[in-house]
Design a protein around this ligand. Structure first.
Ligand code: UDP
Length: 477
């Protein structure tokens, strides 16, 4: 530990890539500001995600950081889509809850040590921390790794249910506006809600999220990886729940602008928790400017064989070169897997590049890339906005449905392709985005990119909010 007198922040991410990455970036910024940070991960992530990269070089990028783990014993492939997700979420949070309490009890017994915990920063869906931390009189700041709009929607799930706006079960109701969420009355349709709002009122995921958000309200403050200029009006609404909301995004941009000017700026690819195949950068170097469509569905979404083939045909038929992240496990293994049609293989050899996991932020910044076909996970969406990269959104789970509506309708930084991925739609969308027909989208994306950059520069809104978060932690007695 660099400074034994520094306030000590205990961070508890939810164990999935899209949640751990922003927590790591935030931790890094807190460390740069002289705070001491412990990141408490589940043992499965600790051992299987962080370590293969090259443990010692990974850890050396986090001076002042301590990595500890909770021995919850998750099965190795523990995050999948489908009906098991709800079970898994309940399982993870209850297993972590028991171990977390044990962890704090050990810390408590060692209070004479130089490093008692000053505050806890916990993922918004690890709200059990609030009950436990209250017993130990430690304040909890909740970090919801969604954007403000999705966070605000999730806070209204109960109300949507009471008002009969969910569950949405009839196709003919999908295009009705959602009216009971202040600030979103003209934006959100029922089809833009997460899939668990379209099942039934006892759905376990719906119940899980309602429980988490109601508990989350007891946190002392809220952190969001977004910026005022993007979502200011919704952030104002969130102030009705949390007196203090720290909007500190895009975190990967803030890391580059480095809040502590004595510390070197960070390359945010340092916070990747998976090994990256960089050969795609060489391939991109050989492509014409703004010609390539980059395709990635993040770390959790899965495709059926049929969906894979529809995307593949659509991409090939669009005529654009493409860089596609097909991570192990992306495609559901099915019986009777059809052979890949030879025309796809030939076209991919000619003008495609496939990697298992790439340096996404660098890819989005590459001059050869002209569009991003994405599942609209929040990290990916924010990285796209930062890079000024127009998107095509194909949401599959959770907040991705709301993000894609924000992209398509609120910010107009891309096209919302929810509900379908047939080859002709994919082709039409890719052509629409890549053939420069979408002047409005390109202009809007450039404007938000510039706002994002201003927000993390000295004096910008996110820079200011991060400085305030650091000051507030330092002032906790
Ligand atoms: N990512 C990456 N390389 C890839 C694909 C994704 O580094 O080949 C990163 C991406 O930059 C983003 C994260 O993985 O930061 C995915 O997070 P997101 O919230 O977009 O989606 P999730 O994985 O949570 O569904």
């Amino acid at each position: 530990m660099e400074n034994p007198q520094a306030p000590h922040v205990l961070m508890l991410p939810f164990p999935a890539v899209g949640h751990i990455k922003p927590m790591l970036m935030l931790g890094k910024l807190l460390c740069q500001a002289g705070l001491s940070v412990t990141l408490l991960n589940t043992d499965q992530n600790h051992n299987n995600i962080l370590n293969p990269i090259d443990q010692s070089s990974f850890y050396s990028r986090y001076p002042g950081f301590q990595f500890k783990s909770l021995a919850v014993g998750l099965p190795p492939e523990h995050l999948r889509t489908g009906p098991v997700v709800a079970e898994l979420l309940y399982w993870i949070t209850s297993a972590c809850s028991t171990k977390f309490k044990e962890y704090l009890m050990v810390e408590e017994n060692e209070k004479g040590q130089p490093e008692p915990v000053t505050c806890i920063i916990a993922d918004g869906i690890m709200s059990f921390t609030i009950d436990i931390a209250e017993e130990f009189h430690i304040p909890v700041i909740t970090f919801r790794t969604y954007n403000s709009t999705s966070t605000w929607v999730y806070f209204h799930l109960h109300q949507l249910l009471q008002n009969g706006e969910i569950p949405v079960q009839r196709d003919e109701d999908m295009d009705q506006q959602i009216t009971s969420i202040p600030g979103l009355e003209t934006i959100l349709r029922r089809r833009d809600l997460p899939p668990f709002c379209k099942l039934d009122s006892t759905d376990h995921l719906l119940q899980f999220y309602m429980g988490q958000t109601s508990k989350m309200k007891r946190a002392s403050a809220l952190i969001l990886n977004t910026f005022e200029e993007l979502e200011g009006p919704i952030v104002s609404h969130l102030h009705s729940i949390f007196p203090t909301v720290y909007t500190i995004g895009p975190l990967h941009g803030l890391l580059q602008s480095h809040i502590n000017h004595n510390a070197p700026p960070s390359d945010s690819s340092e916070t990747s928790v998976r090994p990256q195949d960089r050969t795609c950068i060489r391939w991109l170097d050989s492509q014409p400017s703004k010609s390539v469509v980059y395709v990635s569905f993040g770390s959790v979404v899965v495709l059926t064989q049929d969906q894979l083939l529809e995307f593949w045909h659509g991409l090939v038929n669009s005529g654009s070169p493409f860089l596609w992240v097909i991570r192990p496990g992306l495609v559901l293994a099915e019986n009777n897997v059809a052979e890949t049609p030879s025309e796809l293989t030939i076209a991919t050899n000619e003008r495609g590049c496939i990697v298992g996991w790439g340096p996404q932020e660098e890819v989005l910044a590459h001059r050869a890339v002209g569009g991003f076909l994405s599942h609209s996970g929040w990290n990916s969406t924010l990285e796209s906005i930062w890079a000024g990269m127009p998107m095509i959104c194909w949401p599959q789970i959770a907040d991705q449905w709301i993000n894609s509506r924000c992209v398509g309708e609120m910010w107009r930084t891309g096209l919302d392709m929810k509900d379908t991925c047939d080859r002709s739609t994919v082709e039409k969308m890719v052509r629409g985005l890549m053939e420069d027909k979408n002047e409005e989208i390109r202009k809007s994306t450039a404007i938000y990119s510039s706002m994002a950059r201003n927000s993390v520069a000295k004096g910008g809104s996110s820079y200011h909010s991060m400085s305030k978060l650091i000051e507030d932690i330092k002032s906790i007695q």
